[in-house]
Design a protein around this ligand. Structure first.
Ligand code: BTN
Length: 247
């Protein structure tokens, strides 16, 4: 499939505030570096190839040119909100956009930032704070073949192509993602994570599983209303603020 995320293809599909301006480069080090503290809220950076793509915990995030969605969005949340929750808002928007446009894939959210289909990671979210601006990075594996997915990943990787058996157009998926993110962001600004909690619960991958995270082991009870993971350790509830979950 020959397709591009260049402005003439994507801009006509943008229906809301997010994606204006649409900052596009064919190649860049990381879309996270194309935005900064001064970027207007809703600005989006997109490229076809990242040469130094960033994952969580200092990891790399890579895909062959033109096969994935790599985008970053500038957000300026109110000071009263807990910015770490934006990762979950981004994960929810990504899951819904994938489900809406790539029929056959219904991603679950592995707290705090992984999107899984059949227990394989198809997308990830990375929030970085620059002053009062959050640069929210989202990477979706779209059209990579099995051979093009990273071999050394901690969570088995997949793409929408490998999970559905066909290629997908990236531009409609990106436009859908931006619209859903905008809606969730607006609700979150107004009502906090309460507004998204029900949908997060519905897509919670870890709930009921035995997990190990942040030095503790127990059964995951779910994501609480502050975006933390609740874990039951022999009848005692503990909350985890952040970390890498093994299950
Ligand atoms: C993770 O699961 O570790 C988070 C991955 C986030 C990757 C995206 S791709 C677009 C943006 N630019 C980057 O360099 N990283 C994020």
């Amino acid at each position: 499939m020959t397709e591009t995320l260049a402005p003439p293809v994507v801009e006509p599909l943008i229906r809301g505030r997010f994606g204006r301006p649409y900052v596009y480069a064919r190649h860049c080090a990381s879309t996270q570096l194309e935005l900064d503290e001064g970027s207007p809220e809703g600005a989006v950076a997109v490229c076809e190839l990242q040469t130094a793509g960033r994952g969580r915990l200092g990891r790399r995030w890579e895909a062959p040119e033109g096969t994935a969605i790599h985008c970053s969005i500038a957000l300026r949340p109110p000071r009263t909100r807990h910015v770490a929750e934006l990762t979950l808002a981004g994960a929810l928007a990504t899951a819904e956009a994938i489900e809406a446009t790539a029929g056959g894939a219904a991603p679950l959210i592995k707290w705090p930032n992984d999107l899984l289909v059949d227990a394989c990671k198809v997308a990830g979210v990375l929030g970085e704070l620059r002053g009062a601006t959050v640069v929210l990075g989202i990477g979706i594996n779209v059209n990579q073949t099995a051979e093009q997915l990273p071999a050394e990943a901690r969570q088995a990787p997949a793409s929408l192509r490998t999970t559905t058996g066909r290629e997908h157009e990236r531009a409609p998926l990106l436009a859908e993602l931006l619209l859903r993110l905008e809606r969730h962001y607006d609700s979150w600004r107004e009502h906090g994570l309460d507004a998204l909690h029900h949908e997060l619960e519905r897509r919670d991958f870890l709930r009921g599983r035995e997990v190990r995270v942040d030095g503790i082991e127990g059964r995951a009870c779910g994501i609480d209303r502050l975006g933390r993971l609740e874990v039951d350790i022999a009848g005692e509830r503990r909350v985890v603020e952040s970390g890498e979950v093994r299950y």
